[in-house]
Design a protein. Sequence first.
Length: 154
Amino acid sequence: VQQNLLPRAQAHQIHLTLETAPTPPIWGDYDRLMQIVSNLVENGLNHTPTGGRVHLAVRPYGGKAVELTVQDTGKGMPPEQLDRIFERFYQVDKSRTREGVRSGSGLGLSIVQELVLLHNGRILAKSKEGEGSMFIVRLPVRQQGEPSTVISGR
């Protein structure tokens, strides 16, 4: 993901960083998991001004989950918008998007939430106006003896 989005981040002088720690394996659809990560990082890039930062971290969480966080230094969102961002077709005030970025359809975060739920995970969003936003995805690790579930044919 970082390799695919790094040129875009560099073009807008946004510092894209990645932090990883050893994590237990999770079971899921690789393509859908990459879609979750890509969408969250792209949103961070879209809402972060030139010279800002988008940070992606992957680490263990409580021994039974893997936590993925995407944090940006964008404009952030007021609480009344934060409550609705996972609704289909909902778009945060367009003035919060970096100038020159094409506005989306309002489906991205809704799709991300659905994909996280399909993986038996949880997604949370935190934001503070003027400081940026953070999205937290927690996906359960496969327990010993637990049957694997195939989400797609891959």
